[in-house]
Design a protein around this ligand. Structure first.
Ligand SMILES: NC(=O)c1ccc[n+]([C@@H]2O[C@H](COP(=O)([O-])OP(=O)(O)OC[C@H]3O[C@@H](n4cnc5c(N)ncnc54)[C@H](O)[C@@H]3O)[C@@H](O)[C@H]2O)c1
Length: 402
């Protein structure tokens, strides 16, 4: 790969990119992670936001971040309109609201010439994901979908190993995100106290697919690159008073006889985050667990297990590029998340300077990944409604918006 020198890119650009937030306020789970990740490499400066649905929380978040009160807005539409009119307006927005707001918010910014970083799941259905893909292309915008686990260097190493054929022909792909802490394993007595994740009106009864199974699915998709062609799903609800499914088993088929499984759960009691994958080819297998993220295990068939650790010089391009510290100095979740911001920041700067930005997109999930996941989700819901009947999945034909 002919790489643009990143220091030179940054010095030619000469300043940080101006970002705004929709959601991600002090009342949110994920906002703080974005604030930390965005600042690690210094590509972005926060200038504006509608940080919360609650104006008091939004204002408090803005004060804590030293944001000019004139740039704290009452709605994302107002923010998109006013920021687009400013000479020093934001160039990119983070959307970190609950998923049913992603589509309208992303549309408001894309159509006004502002790039988008959007939390997963991209939207509530495939149709909306396709529309966002079209809008990004029509308006010439960049879009990053924050499937943050793709930022781990050892996930990127697994991708390089699978894509370069080190495992031989791939046969089996399995991943799970099976959480089980008290926050997701119990439901409050009063339905009014339910979190939006457990309300049917937000993402339907199969919301668990977008909330947790999507990460497991996306890891496999990111590493292997091929789309699932058919799915058989069984979803269940274990927790009393719960209105949505809290466990999902998906058995999957890929072209060429490749098979897989995805497990998404809120009721794996005792688990913390519970994200991992196992991939097997003709020549060996790979295993990775997010709670021990610096290590990727490779076991060649008939040979000794190899413990591949982050930070060594013989790792692949993307795994090395995503590492900051020497081996033995664990990096972890925030720095993996920061890799998405760093790559997206490079892509934005390169494009604004008229340089090729595609090379920075290579490792980033975008609208196309959103369509692939929403296609799986819709097929899995249909399969579950039909007693696990095998349901085919349309191929994502549209090109990525690079
Ligand atoms: N990438 C990950 O690992 C990860 C982890 C957690 C959550 N998420 C995703 O991030 C998104 C947010 O999840 P969360 O757990 O932080 O939710 P949350 O409910 O904790 O926070 C949502 C935030 O959005 C704000 N909000 C709601 N409606 C708004 C509106 N119309 N305008 C502006 N702000 C609004 C809320 O006030 C709050 O600040 C979801 O899509 C979720 O799936 C991703």
């Amino acid at each position: 790969m002919s790489e643009i020198d990143i220091d030179e890119l940054r010095s030619r650009f000469g300043r940080r990119l101006r970002i705004g937030f929709v959601g991600g306020g002090r009342d949110s789970v994920i906002g703080e992670t974005h604030l930390a990740a965005m600042r690690v490499d210094g590509f972005f400066e926060l200038y504006a936001g509608v940080f919360s649905i609650d104006p008091t929380v939004s204002a408090a978040t803005a004060r804590a971040e030293f944001i000019d009160a004139n740039r704290v807005y009452g709605s994302f539409n107002e923010m998109a309109e006013k920021e687009a009119q400013r000479e020093d307006g934001i160039e990119v927005v983070l959307i970190a609201t609950p998923p049913h707001i992603h589509f309208e918010a992303a549309k408001a910014f894309l159509t006004r010439g502002i790039d988008v970083i959007c939390e997963k799941p991209i939207a509530v259905n495939r149709e909306q994901a396709v529309q966002l893909d079209d809008l990004a292309r029509q308006h010439g915008r960049l879009f990053c979908l924050t499937h943050c686990y793709t930022g781990y260097p050892m996930v990127r190493e697994a991708r390089a190993m699978v894509r370069s054929g080190q495992l031989g022909k791939i046969r089996i792909l399995e991943a799970e995100l099976a959480a089980g802490d008290p926050g997701v394993s119990f439901e409050p007595e009063n339905p009014a106290d339910r979190h939006w994740r457990f309300r049917e009106n937000i993402m339907g009864k199969g919301a668990i697919l977008g909330e947790v199974a999507s990460h497991a699915h996306h890891l496999l998709h990111y590493i292997y690159g091929e789309e699932i062609s058919a799915v058989s799903a069984e979803m269940s609800t274990f927790v009393p008073r719960r209105a949505v499914y809290d466990n999902a088993y998906l058995t999957t088929r890929y072209a060429g006889g490749v098979r897989g499984r995805i497990w998404g759960s809120y009721i794996a009691a005792g688990n913390d985050h519970g994200l991992c994958f196992r991939i097997y080819g003709e020549l060996g297998g790979l295993k990775w667990h997010q709670e021990d993220p610096e290590i990727l295990w490779f076991k060649p068939i008939g040979g000794k297990a190899q413990r591949i650790a982050r930070g060594y010089q013989d790792l692949s391009f993307w795994a090395s590029r995503g590492s900051r510290f020497r081996p033995g100095h664990p990096e972890g979740y925030a720095l993996a998340f920061a890799n998405l911001y760093a790559d997206f920041g490079c892509a934005m700067m390169a494009r604004q300077l008229g340089l090729s930005h595609e090379q920075f997109y290579d490792a980033l999930p975008n609208t196309r990944d959103g369509i692939v996941t929403m296609s799986l989700i819709e097929a899995a819901v249909a399969s579950n409604d039909n007693d696990g009947h095998w349901t085919s999945i349309p191929k994502t034909s549209s090109a990525s918006n690079t």
